[in-house]
Design a protein around this ligand. Structure first.
Ligand code: SF4
Length: 179
């Protein structure tokens, strides 16, 4: 039986600011999110095994997600001076990435089958091998919620977890699927 209280403690130790229960049946994988990826505003589309199209079709991603019933939503919230505070936005994004990487190591040691999704492309290697060579660390690679077609605000509200924590705050979202 999965000890979710213990896992929540580990997640807090990794640096997340908010953690909530995730009902995997409420996860919707939407082609519209994939369409936004294809616009390549983040410049990662077609450049990383963790991003579309390298991370697989939406149907392949759905097959992976539907193996699970429960998990946790993992959030990192930070404060901005104003809506143009790009330095703080970068810092919050980096803090979330570090928390995801740290937590993925911990959870992988306890539940090797657990699946962690973060925000943005995998950054384990300085340069991703995509598409010329296979991924160097397929067991460690962390794809993003968006790559799996998930609208992060929707999955938070479906699970009764806030996504908005007030004016001049920014929240990055990840999740772990465990059982
Ligand atoms: S582990 Fe390396 S090769 Fe694999 S997706 Fe991440 S950056 Fe690319």
């Amino acid at each position: 039986m999965v000890d979710y209280d213990k896992i929540k403690e580990l997640a807090l130790e990794s640096g997340f600011t908010h953690i909530g229960d995730l009902d995997a049946d409420l996860i919707e994988l939407r082609t519209e999110v994939r369409d936004m990826c294809a616009e390549n505003k983040c410049k990662s589309y077609g450049k990383n095994w963790s991003c579309p199209p390298g991370c697989g079709t939406l149907s392949e991603c759905e097959d992976k997600i539907r193996k699970f019933k429960k998990g946790l939503i993992l959030q990192t919230t930070g404060e901005l001076e104003d809506s143009f505070d790009f330095e703080a936005m970068t810092e919050i994004n980096e803090a979330h990435g570090k928390a995801i990487a740290d937590f993925a190591k911990k959870i992988g040691g306890i539940y090797p089958e657990a699946m962690v999704l973060g925000a943005g492309a995998c950054t384990i290697c300085k340069e991703c091998t995509y598409p010329d060579e296979p991924c160097r660390f397929p067991d460690k690679m962390i794809a993003s919620m968006e790559a799996y077609g998930i609208v992060v605000s929707d999955i938070c509200s479906a699970n009764n977890i806030p996504y908005y924590y007030g004016p001049n705050t920014l929240t990055y979202v990840g999740c772990v699927l465990i059982d």
